[in-house]
Design a protein around this ligand. Structure first.
Ligand code: 5GP
Ligand code: ZN
Length: 116
């Protein structure tokens, strides 16, 4: 838990946000500024600043993030049409919240290349 971290505050219930899914490892909620009809954030409950702080011990956490994202894709009906999972990291990766998170984006045709 980091007191000045917006995602820690959301997970801790200090910023009112509808948590759509939560288990012992991760929480899922909608992005406040969605770029597509489906735009979820999958967030470890533990404060991890970015992918740079991940090591081999976190392999289970990372695979869990991907598997839950896939389940969300199925249950929101976008698995057949397709979707994108994205983990922005650091300054050049345009990471704006320094708490590791994965975007699940879909429900419209996304550009074929990762944009700028
Ligand atoms: P990043 O650019 O770091 O990969 O993505 C951070 C995402 O968090 C952005 O898409 C932004 O819209 C979202 N976000 C920032 N603050 C909040 C918030 O308070 N609540 C929610 N639900 N999403 C947020
Ligand atoms: Zn945090």
């Amino acid at each position: 838990m980091s007191v000045d971290c917006v995602f820690c505050q959301i997970i801790g219930g200090k910023i009112p946000t509808k948590i759509i899914y939560k288990d012992n490892l991760i929480s899922v909620f909608e992005d406040i500024d969605p770029i597509a009809p489906i735009h979820y954030l999958l967030v470890p409950n533990r404060h991890i600043p970015s992918l740079n702080e991940i090591d081999a011990e976190d392999a289970g956490l990372l695979s869990h993030l991907v598997l839950v994202a896939k389940d969300f894709a199925v249950h929101t009906g976008i698995s057949a049409t397709g979707y994108r999972l994205m983990i922005n990291t650091g300054k050049d990766g345009s990471q704006t919240v320094d708490h590791l998170h994965m975007h699940l984006i879909g429900g419209r045709k996304l550009l074929g290349r990762i944009v700028s």
